[in-house]
Design a protein around this ligand. Structure first.
Ligand code: SF4
Length: 361
């Protein structure tokens, strides 16, 4: 059988609701032929359409502390980078930013920080819990929290304070690569974050970085492992070399690798949320990621507020290109529309109910 025919057989399986094997996932991840890429992306869009029609969700991003105690090899905010912009937003600033994002029409406030020693050292996480409570008291939309790796006993407190989601990216599920990417961090402790979050009634997001030294088999394993974890949102983001890091001179990832990964994720996780990150190519990268099967736009950042992004800390932020207004125009042109907030709330409430968490939003 020629390659086209065997790929067509694999692509037919998710359209019929069948699961892909690890080998089939790896085969799809290897596609680079133009015709087969079109078939892959078309299939990913068809499957997204079955579950989400043309509706897209928007996530607002509040990077409230860029301090970090860790030294991840790929990250601009690693503690040993003296060029990294460092700030901690005050309570008033966090409330103001979260409220203005809510007013602009996002579905989720994503509260993100590095592993700020002021919050992480000492082990009580009172400041983190208070921030979640404070935002929950002041906004009426779901809250995602991305604080790094935290102890098991803190998850319930975060949910009680009002968090809905917990995001913590492994970036790779190859243990040796993990050691190089996240020196002195514990692979199992980080992986457990997602399970502890879900045990506590939170929804969880897991993610990988594409082009950090992993092979196709690693990527395929990650996609399968994320299925087994039963997380609710999965992301893939291209590696972009950052100044003043050990990986500053590594070859940047090819964006096509990220797009293929997103499409294969959609085939394996048909009903899950998959972000199209503006952090890699800015607004110019939105259409290719949606065309590959993504259905969430991250990270929407208010302009002129001195906020940073993650992978590219300034990209398209201060000129307003990452605002809801600008994104809505682009979505219209691409034939997508922003989902009503009620759709999002009932989607995630349904997931919480299935996981056995009676808490309401
Ligand atoms: S990836 Fe996160 S934990 Fe690692 S250095 Fe950057 S901010 Fe810190």
């Amino acid at each position: 059988m020629n390659i086209d025919a065997s790929v067509e057989i694999i692509l037919q399986k998710p359209l019929e609701g069948k699961q892909l094997t690890l080998t089939e996932i790896e085969t799809l991840l290897s596609i680079r032929d133009t015709h087969l890429l079109e078939r892959l992306f078309w299939t990913a869009r068809e499957i997204r359409e079955q579950y989400f029609r043309n509706k897209v969700f928007l996530y607002g991003f509040v990077y409230f502390s860029t301090y970090c105690r860790n030294n991840c090899s790929f990250c601009f905010y690693r503690c040993s980078n003296p060029e990294s912009v460092r700030y901690r937003k005050s309570d008033e600033e966090i409330i103001e930013l979260s409220s203005s994002l809510q007013d602009s029409g996002v579905h989720v406030i994503d509260l993100t920080m590095g592993e700020d020693p002021i919050i992480h050292n000492g082990g009580r996480y009172r400041r983190l819990i208070d921030i979640v409570q404070m935002v929950n008291d002041n906004v009426d939309i779901p809250i995602m929290l991305s604080p790094g790796a935290i102890p098991h006993n803190i998850f319930n407190k975060l949910r009680e304070a009002g968090a809905d989601w917990f995001a913590c990216y492994q970036e790779t599920h190859n243990r040796n690569l993990f050691k190089r990417l996240r020196p002195n961090q514990d692979y199992d402790f980080r992986l457990s974050q997602k399970m502890w979050a879900m045990e506590s009634g939170l929804l969880a997001e897991e993610g990988i970085m594409v082009g950090v030294g992993e092979c196709l088999h690693d990527r395929a394993r990650s996609i399968e492992l994320m299925k087994n974890l039963q997380v609710d949102q999965i992301r893939a983001m291209s590696f972009v070399p950052q100044n003043n890091t050990p990986m500053a001179h590594d070859t940047p990832s090819l964006f096509i690798d990220e797009l293929v990964t997103l499409a294969v994720m959609r085939l394996v996780h048909p009903d899950k949320l998959i972000p199209a990150s503006l952090d890699i190519e800015g607004i110019n990268g939105l259409s290719s990621r949606l065309n590959a099967g993504a259905n969430v736009v991250t990270s929407i950042i208010p302009p002129q507020q001195g906020l940073a992004g993650v992978a590219q800390h300034e990209l398209d932020i201060d000129d307003g290109s990452r605002s809801v207004e600008q994104i809505e125009n682009n979505l219209d042109d691409l034939g997508f529309s922003i989902a009503p907030l009620s759709d999002y709330v009932s989607l995630i409430q349904g997931w919480k109910d299935v996981k056995g968490n009676g808490a309401t939003l």
